[in-house]
Write a protein that binds this ligand. Structure first.
Ligand SMILES: Cc1ncc(COP(=O)(O)O)c(C=O)c1O
Length: 367
């Protein structure tokens, strides 16, 4: 028997919510309120309700969300921001765009998140922010990270691009940082149908600044208090998200069901990801570690199972960061897992038969 498995299955998702999505987009077209239409404001209220955050400020992407967070905090050239080398480039790229310095700290092999035990040793008198990433959907050790930040007078930004909706100690993870950012890129757990992102904070001052920063630092029409950016979320994307949000809790449950099935069928054959007991994951990716990755990816591809590698090269070894003088061996765990990780199809609509099919091909190839 052969099956063709869809990795994120955005097509099926659209078909399921088509009536609401089409109607919402059509309403925007009818009104032609493309920039900062009422849907954008409505979405921000809905996102505040969903997370319990005092303020949700939408923006044009998860990358812009990180920039807006650092701009609101007044990050200056030469400031240091501690983060993980095992993440999507945008995390450290935005630090560099601020002319600040990304300072990498190695990760844990089972959660893939920054190892909170190693953070204090990386703090200098230039450190301003700790920026953990909730990789693959699971928040990092926020209790420990916030304690370190408090002790050293640092701010915390969570790059939550992959974890919107995840919880930490029974609370939405947005509450575990001075500023939490996320991405609504289509393949993210809560994706729109283009670029999109949001910033969450309980801080009124940051909120006021971010709202100005996303419109070129404007406080009144054509009066510019700050250097900002063109970073607003399109109304059409807000309309898509408003149609999708009512289904999001059940999609998170679906992702957890699939992750549970994967773990059950793969335990003992490959290294499966671990979620710590005081938090939940939204499973942006289901990523395992294997010894013979190329062979396994090839075998899965031959049987109609797409896979990807998030991420094949840690950031300290990327050419764009050569000026930081990173060397092989600097972050051994990040380097090891970058050679071993492979992400399997993950979406809330996978059936148990499909998961069984993927895992049986994988187990056979991993032998
Ligand atoms: C960890 C992380 N940070 C930041 C981003 C940037 O988000 P966007 O693609 O919406 O700019 C992403 C998205 O790919 C991500 O995975």
């Amino acid at each position: 028997m052969s099956m063709n498995i869809d990795f994120a299955n955005l097509q099926l998702q659209y078909q399921k919510y088509k009536a609401d999505i089409d109607a919402n987009i059509q309403a925007v077209l009818n009104k032609s309120n493309y920039i900062m239409g009422e849907e954008v404001h409505e979405l921000e209220r809905v996102l505040e309700g969903f997370t319990g955050a005092k303020h949700a400020i939408t923006c044009a992407s998860g990358t812009d969300a990180l920039l807006l967070a650092m701009m609101a905090m007044g990050i200056q050239p030469g400031d240091e921001v501690i983060t993980t080398p095992f993440t999507f480039i945008a995390t450290a790229e935005t630090i560099a765009l601020m002319k600040a310095v990304p300072v990498f700290v190695d990760i844990e092999p089972d959660t893939f998140n920054i190892d909170s035990n190693l953070i204090e040793a990386a703090i200098t008198d230039k450190t301003k922010v700790i920026m953990p990433v909730s990789l693959y959907g699971q928040p990092a050790d926020m209790f420990e990270i916030n304690a370190i930040a408090k002790k050293h007078g640092l701010k915390v930004i969570i790059d939550g691009a992959q974890c919107f909706g995840a919880t930490y100690q029974q609370q939405c993870a947005v509450h575990q940082a001075d500023i939490y950012t996320t991405s609504f890129f289509p393949a993210k757990p809560l994706g729109c149908y283009g670029y999109g992102g949001a910033v969450f904070t309980n801080n009124d001052e940051y909120t006021e600044k971010i709202k100005m920063m996303r419109v070129h630092g404007q406080n009144k029409r054509y009066r510019h208090k700050y250097i900002g950016m063109g970073g607003r979320l399109d109304t059409i994307q807000a309309a898509v998200l408003l149609a999708k949000l009512p289904h999001y809790k059940s999609e998170i449950e679906g992702r957890n069901r699939v992750a549970y099935l994967y773990a059950e069928k793969l335990n003992g054959f490959v290294h499966t990801p671990k979620v710590k007991s005081d938090r939940t994951s939204v499973w942006a990716q289901y990523t395992v570690r294997v010894e013979n990755r190329d062979k396994i990816q090839e075998a899965l591809k031959d049987k109609g199972v797409p896979t990807t590698v998030h991420y094949p090269m840690p950031l300290h070894l990327q050419e764009c960061f050569a000026y930081l003088d990173g060397r092989e061996g600097d972050f051994p765990v990040a380097e090891m897992v970058s050679q071993q990780v492979v992400s399997l199809p993950m979406n809330p609509f996978l059936t148990e038969d499909e998961v069984s099919y993927v895992t049986s091909v994988l187990v056979e190839a991993a032998k």
